[in-house]
Design a protein around this ligand. Structure first.
Ligand SMILES: Cc1cc2nc3c(=O)[nH]c(=O)nc-3n(C[C@H](O)[C@H](O)[C@H](O)COP(=O)(O)OP(=O)(O)OC[C@H]3O[C@@H](n4cnc5c(N)ncnc54)[C@H](O)[C@@H]3O)c2cc1C
Length: 349
């Protein structure tokens, strides 16, 4: 499949990244986006965490996460050079911490498995953790440092991609894929949770609540991902004093912010970093992660003239660079990279 004209359906972080890479190859691109900030990207914390997100039994996905993390420095630099927008790419690394002895036992199993996969995870004594991050609770039982787990600000990334694409992004909700192929035209479906309605592929919404706090810049130096009495929470500090606190994960389609979930997130966050209690609560927001039955994305050709890039679940921001490069290559040259083999859209039958 090669194309002279690309229609991308969905202007979230995935669709925009693909469109940008296609435009750089000289292809005529239009992005149709139903618009605004209803995509998962608007809630995303922006952790780029190949080690932190590597899970038991997900070796192919872990390989893709690692590959995309390696492409992030150039992706961020190029976007910055093109648009003048700093996307907040930060390489300070991530501290993974455990509050209680039970939390530590649970965390150690994961750290050891991740190390066995060749991922960068250095275990630290509590004193060394607090030396790196003085705002952490003195009650902490242990931690680990993942130097390759970085972060970027997804809202800035999308702003930069929109700026790079300019009028190629149009506000339009696509109701159906009518006669997509033919005459060198290829449709790339990158509609996040909206992909199921357009293609029938199994992409389901997974509800996630995040909070945004604002305090003094510099309260935290690293992204902190931790367990506090069995509750998992992550804290993503931005240079301007914002701290993203996340996230719940529920198989639900509603967008209700419940008091109990806000309380759970804040309790875990302040157990790990007591001074967060002094911050202003700026935002409590629900969006839906686009997930698949095996929680890995759907990437590749799906019928004549149709390519799918969806279902990035918890890692769409991290996976944007590799997805964009490989899908742009597929539509421009017809060549499907070997890295895409494990993610064929039709793999569920
Ligand atoms: C709470 C939370 C925290 C997260 N944290 C992280 C993180 O730290 N790191 C990370 O890598 N990932 C994170 N994610 C996941 C990440 O946000 C998603 O994987 C990513 O946004 C998926 O990108 P996407 O472009 O496929 O979908 P989306 O970001 O959902 O964008 C889809 C776009 O398609 C549009 N659309 C849908 N249907 C149609 C249609 N029919 N016609 C036209 N347009 C349509 C929508 O309006 C939307 O703009 C998080 C997600 C959530 C919810």
């Amino acid at each position: 499949m090669t194309a002279a004209e690309i229609v991308v359906v969905g202007g979230g972080v995935i669709g925009l990244s693909i469109a940008w890479r296609c435009a750089q190859r000289g292809l005529a691109v239009t992005v149709h986006d139903s618009g605004g900030d209803d995509g998962a990207w608007y809630a995303a914390a922006g952790m780029l965490a190949p080690a932190g997100e590597a899970g038991f039994g997900q070796e192919a996905l872990t390989g893709l996460l690692v590959e995309s993390a390696a492409r992030w420095p150039e992706f961020a630099a190029e976007l910055g050079r093109t648009t003048g927008i700093d996307v907040g790419y930060d390489t300070t690394g991530t501290l993974s911490v455990a509050l209680t002895a039970d939390d530590l036992a649970e965390a150690r199993r994961l750290w050891e498995w991740r190390r066995a996969q060749g991922l960068g995870v250095d275990t630290l004594l509590p004193s060394a953790v607090r030396e790196r991050e003085p705002a952490l609770s003195p009650r902490l039982r242990g931690g680990a440092y993942a130097p390759d787990d970085c972060q970027a600000d997804p809202r800035r990334v999308v702003a930069a991609l929109r700026a790079a694409l300019g009028p190629a992004v149009v506000r339009n909700r696509v109701e159906a894929l009518d006669g997509p192929g033919g005459d060198g035209r290829v449709v790339v479906v990158a509609a996040g949770s909206g992909t199921a309605a357009l293609t029938g592929l199994p992409v389901r919404p997974v509800k996630g609540l995040v909070l945004r706090l604002r305090g003094a810049p510099g309260l935290l130096r690293h992204v902190v991902s931790g367990w506090a009495d069995g509750r998992h929470v992550y804290l993503v500090p931005r240079a301007d004093g914002e701290v993203v606190v996340g996230a719940t994960q529920e198989e639900r389609v509603d967008a209700t912010v419940t008091a109990g979930q806000v309380l759970d997130l804040l309790r875990a966050a302040t157990d790990l970093v007591p001074d967060l209690g002094e911050c202003e609560l700026v935002e409590a927001l629900v969006r839906h992660r686009p997930a698949t039955p095996d929680n890995a994305p759907l990437l590749g050709a799906y019928g004549p003239g149709v390519v799918v890039a969806a279902g990035h679940h918890r890692n769409g921001v991290l996976l944007a660079p590799v997805t964009a490069d490989l899908i742009a290559e597929l539509v421009a040259t017809g060549k499907s990279a070997a890295l895409l083999d494990a993610f064929a859209p039709g793999r569920f039958g």
